[in-house]
Design a protein. Sequence first.
Length: 380
Amino acid sequence: MEFAYTPDQIALRKHVRDFAEAEILPHVMEWDEAQTFPLAVVKKLGQLGYMGAIFPEELGGAGLGYIEYAIIIEEISRVDASVGLILAAHNSLCSNHIYLAGSPDQHQRYLPKLATGEWIGCWSLTEPEAGSDAGGTRSKATREGDDWILNGGKTFTTNAQYADVCVAMAVTDRSASQHGISAFIIEKDTPGFRVGKKENKLGMRASATGEVLFQDLRLPDAQRLGKTGEGFVDSLRILDGGRISIAALSVGIAQGAYEAALRYSKQRRQFGRPISEFQAIQHKLSDMATNIEAARLLTYRSGWMKDNNQRVTKESAMAKLFASEMAVHVCDDALQIHGGYGFIKDYPVEKFYRDVKLCTIGEGTSEIQRLVIARQLLKD
Ligand SMILES: Cc1cc2nc3c(=O)[nH]c(=O)nc-3n(C[C@H](O)[C@H](O)[C@H](O)COP(=O)(O)OP(=O)(O)OC[C@H]3O[C@@H](n4cnc5c(N)ncnc54)[C@H](O)[C@@H]3O)c2cc1C
């Protein structure tokens, strides 16, 4: 076992932190209040290679592993989780589905543009009637000669309004159940493709979440991604990796909230002394720091396993479950340490508190993570 970061990983963390503090931090509240998608920053992240962190250099990516990817998401989310979420949906959902299931032609056509941030990607699995039960997808794709005709709609798609390309799942053979759902790559200007309502959210407000609609959308078979009927099964594999990014997002938010609380506890004086001298506050800080470290280790371990081509279904679900639930508690404690000031928008913790809740919901709720873990435990 080796628990030390490599010199490259230390340098990467510093680089991402410096970038986030210089380019993102000054705008966090302005973007949150106005629900501004930070397009210019996303483009800069592309130039830095972070929009294609996990893809090979020959496809325009940075050629990094999942531990480095987790470090990037963590450091960005320590400052603004919305930007972390934009990165996560783009990298480990949309681009990664094309990378894992795509043909060489699809790789060449899409990955260099996505990995450099020239194009933004989104990934649409969830539907109004098919959330946790994504196998209940209703959007359908009907074969017509060499083409597919898509009809239906998706909800809650991250990056929807800004995406140049969308990977979406649709039923191609209803009788084949979970082996009857296929994935398609859709470019935004394809007739019949439309982005619908942008959601007004509790948190993650600088990320865009919205509907994606298909009406008699005609796609050549070359836009089908992976084997016909295997889009749902591939989606589960994609989510195995994606959950590492949500775990990292959770660790980053918790770290940001914890640092804010630690700082505040040393400055805020009550009863003639800093509140950090009260044991009740010290215990909170100790528990926060300990739990963040435990979640970080689970996250990096699943990243390490992924980099070593091991199956991470159980481990990434464990990391995501523990890290997201931990982060919700840490943000709650961070706000409590701020007292009334934690409730006020002049301090950063109220935003961490709002943003963090998504982590127990997106890419599978905590209940679904427990179900995934239990299935693996019982199988073993
Ligand atoms: C901000 C945001 C961004 C998102 N981004 C994307 C995206 O980019 N792409 C995408 O495809 N989706 C995205 N999602 C959708 C997200 O993955 C779903 O919201 C999530 O999977 C839950 O589905 P649901 O909202 O329909 O809840 P439901 O499935 O309706 O769940 C409601 C409640 O019932 C529980 N429940 C459901 N089934 C079970 C069960 N079998 N056992 C126990 N409890 C159960 C759930 O845990 C939850 O508590 C996003 C969501 C949000 C809010």
